[in-house]
Unconditional design. Structure first.
Length: 133
């Protein structure tokens, strides 16, 4: 079994996408990539890093650097989360991302599953803001 590896996702504007419960950008079962400089606004969901749902660690998305992205809602509050890491992700680095007015609370800006592994300073290394509508 192999995984998709060595991807770069950079410099994209993703707006008004992600219908039918899919996120604007979703990384699934991929290893060793960089996502940087993307703007994700007004989608069903923002940026999601995910593995395959059978709890097999070899199928986890891992070793991604997620930095310098913007995930926000600018008008209607439709985007469920800014950045979301599911339980099946390992060794993720989240830094210098801006997440604003996603979902229904400050906690919706960056959502981390309990068993996901990422840099310990992710809260201070990213900017999160929420103003109720």
């Amino acid at each position: 079994q192999g995984a998709n590896t060595e991807f770069t996702i950079s410099g994209n504007l993703v707006e008004g996408n992600g219908r039918n419960a899919f996120p604007a950008i979703r990384i699934v079962f991929s290893k060793s990539g960089v996502m940087s400089g993307n703007v994700v606004i007004n989608n069903f969901d923002g940026i999601v890093i995910d593995g395959l749902p059978n709890n097999d660690a070899s199928l986890a998305s891992s070793n991604w650097i997620i930095e310098n992205n913007i995930a926000a809602n600018t008008t209607a509050r439709s985007q469920y989360s800014g950045i979301r890491l599911t339980a099946l992700v390992r060794n993720i680095t989240l830094r210098r991302n801006l997440c604003v007015n996603n979902g229904s609370s400050l906690g919706s800006q960056i959502m981390i599953a309990n068993s996901a592994s990422l840099n310990a300073d992710w809260k201070s290394a990213n900017t999160r803001h929420y103003t109720p509508p």
